[in-house]
Design a protein around this ligand. Structure first.
Ligand code: GLN
Length: 253
């Protein structure tokens, strides 16, 4: 009897030793970071109509970095303003959304190293009578909520005497100009360039890019430092391996 008991005890001990690390291990690897992004910001994130999946530079960088660093994540393509709100409320662990790194944003976000540079341009219809910024007097400019484009437009609106209408998405903002409900819009140069060339959106770039700065992956200030470090390490690795270059080349850069 004693022998049986000892055997049972031994079996239980072995089993618990075998299970315990297994438990904590699978718990760790099951951690999925919630990453938020924009939903109509090609070529950084946009819906592939054939597969019904979000693709783009940011989506590919995120996948490559996660693979390199061995973490799991779930992408939520909800829009730019929604992504910023989700990070600030703690609903999102991080965001990657063609987000410009600015000093003002650094007060509420911690950013990765920059992974792409871009600036903002003013955009009009090809046949517009607006030929220079001074022609914006009395006009209506479409801008996207919470963007640096909106900030730029706000900074020059009194000087040039125009008003601003806000939109949640880049796509709806472009349509406002195409249909004539707005006279111009402001957008990141690469993004509107893609829309005009690849998506044949009937618009024209009027000005040279201003406020050219880096895009960064962002977490809430002081939160998710480990994830931020993994992103930076992964980004450095995919730059070294040449994968980062391949991703950009895939989208024509
Ligand atoms: N780069 C711009 C910004 O950070 C726009 C980003 C976006 O619309 N996804 O404000």
């Amino acid at each position: 009897m004693k022998k049986v008991l000892a055997l049972v005890l031994a079996a239980v001990l072995i089993a618990s030793v075998a299970i315990l690390p297994g438990c904590s291990g699978s718990g760790d690897s099951a951690k999925k970071f919630a990453i938020y992004s924009d939903n109509a910001f090609a070529p950084f994130e946009f819906l592939d109509k054939e597969t019904n999946e979000y693709i783009g530079v940011d989506m590919d960088i995120m996948a490559a970095v996660a693979k390199d660093q061995g973490f799991e994540y779930e992408m939520h393509n909800e829009g730019f303003d929604a992504a910023m709100g989700a990070v600030q409320s703690g609903q999102a662990d991080a965001m990657i959304a063609g987000m410009t790194i600015t000093d003002e944003r650094k007060e509420t976000f911690d950013f990765s190293a920059p992974y792409f540079d871009d600036g903002q341009v003013v955009v009009v219809k090809p046949d517009s009578d607006i030929k220079k910024l001074a022609d914006l007097k009395g006009k209506k400019i479409a801008c996207k909520t919470s963007t640096v484009s909106g900030e730029y437009a706000e900074s020059i609106k009194d000087k040039y005497g125009f008003t601003i209408d806000y939109f949640e998405g880049s796509d709806t903002m472009y349509q406002a100009v195409v249909t004539g409900s707005a006279d111009a819009c402001v957008e990141d140069f690469s993004v509107i360039g893609w829309a005009i060339e690849s998506e044949k959106v009937g618009l024209k770039i009027l000005t040279e890019p201003v406020n050219v700065k880096g895009y960064g992956f962002a977490v809430k200030n002081g939160q998710n430092a480990e994830l931020l470090k993994m992103f930076d390490d992964g980004l450095a690795n995919i730059k070294k391996s040449g994968e980062y270059k391949k991703i950009l080349a895939k989208y024509g850069y």
